[in-house]
Design a binder for this molecule. Structure first.
Ligand SMILES: NC(=O)c1ccc[n+]([C@@H]2O[C@H](COP(=O)([O-])OP(=O)(O)OC[C@H]3O[C@@H](n4cnc5c(N)ncnc54)[C@H](OP(=O)(O)O)[C@@H]3O)[C@@H](O)[C@H]2O)c1
Length: 332
């Protein structure tokens, strides 16, 4: 496993990290969840990503139990705040009240005194940005949070946050967590250039497009049994990518992967890691052998001809519109 700095910060993260959205506390049983975390640790992953909202807060508990007994200093644990965690009006968003309450819940469920990175899971249009950033800064001073970041914020929102932090002397955000894969490149036009200038790193989610880039979903065929597309909690998220035109193009990547001795999943993860602004690719896994497969993408170099070949194959189905980075227009 190779390691990278989280943006321009001093924190090192494994360039492949493990995330537990959809899986822990929901799609997979506790044993399978623990086996995936064990496999991740065995393969050298030290960075783990979760969120207060995953599986109605159960995902953090599962991760906390799975990591119990592992030396805390050898781990980087990331979580997030914004999406609803309870029925109340204040159980959501980025108000000072919810941030302070949610972080305490996350620490309790994860069984740790601090998280390495605390992320605003979306932009909250109903809270002044200064209120959010001051609350984040207070958490850093309290030692509950070591670094702060955001997720799915637009370049404009990130720039506004950096300006306020600089004016007020708040801790600066060091990372953004966007969706990024061969198929979804909406950060390349605006978010990445700004982040390079300002020292933020991307921790990218769904680098395998939730499984689509493994090539296991075939055009015109029902999804394979036991896959995310057949899962009650997961299918609603992956369905929009299961279009025949996309799946046909993905099958055309098979010879590209084979020419490099890679599996399709490894090619997908290696592709996002070619972008130097990416600090880590967060992969998910419903079984340990997937993690063992995916981590072999660490350190793989893809040459210019290979990158161009991939572009030629996928071009008609790639999403590049920076306007697709959106947060809800009111609190969920
Ligand atoms: N910030 C955000 O808003 C946000 C949003 C989404 C995700 N995330 C983060 O990103 C993490 C990863 O997202 P993701 O799970 O969508 O990532 P992903 O790595 O693109 O997809 C993972 C899923 O693909 C399938 N898969 C993975 N490797 C495979 C292999 N080698 N062979 C066959 N199938 C394989 C598995 O699903 P099946 O076995 O069930 O098919 C697995 O659960 C999340 O856990 C979370 O931490 C963040």
């Amino acid at each position: 496993m190779e390691f990278r700095h989280l943006g321009r910060s001093g924190l090192m993260v494994s360039e492949i990290s493990y995330g537990n959205w959809i899986t822990h506390g929901s799609q997979v049983e506790e044993d399978a969840a623990h086996a995936c975390v064990r496999a991740a640790l065995d393969e050298g992953i030290t960075t783990f990503d979760t969120a207060d909202v995953y599986a109605g807060t159960r995902a953090e508990e599962v991760l906390g139990r799975a990591l119990k007994g592992v030396r805390r200093e050898s781990l980087e644990i990331f979580t997030k705040v914004y999406w609803p965690t309870g029925p109340g009006r204040n159980d959501r968003g980025l108000s000072r009240k919810h941030i302070m309450e949610s972080v305490n819940g996350s620490l309790r469920r994860l069984g740790t005194d601090y998280v390495d990175l605390y992320q605003a899971h979306r932009f909250d249009v109903e809270t002044p940005l200064e209120e959010t950033l001051r609350a984040f800064d207070d958490l850093v001073r309290q030692g509950k949070v070591l670094y702060v970041g955001v997720s799915e914020w637009s370049a404009d929102q990130i720039a506004r946050a950096l300006k306020i932090a600089d004016e007020m002397g708040f801790d600066r955000i060091v990372s953004n967590q966007p969706q990024y894969s061969m198929l979804w490149r909406v950060i390349e036009a605006e978010v990445v250039p700004l982040s390079e200038r300002e020292g933020l790193g991307q921790i990218v989610w769904s680098p395998i497009a939730q499984g689509v880039l493994t090539g296991k979903y075939l055009p015109g065929q029902p999804p394979p049994a036991g896959s995310r597309a057949t899962d009650e909690a997961g299918s609603g998220f992956i369905d929009r990518m299961l279009r025949d035109d996309v799946l046909r193009r993905v099958q055309e990547l098979r010879p590209v992967a084979a020419d490099h001795g890679l599996t399709m999943a490894q090619l997908a993860v290696a592709w996002v890691l070619q972008n130097p602004n990416v600090s880590s690719a967060i992969v998910g896994a419903s079984r340990p052998e997937q993690i063992r497969d995916n981590v072999k993408a660490s350190g793989v170099k893809l040459d210019g001809d290979t990158m161009r070949r991939i572009d030629e194959i996928l071009d008609p189905v790639v999403e590049r519109d920076p306007g697709k980075t959106v947060s809800p227009t009111s609190r969920p």
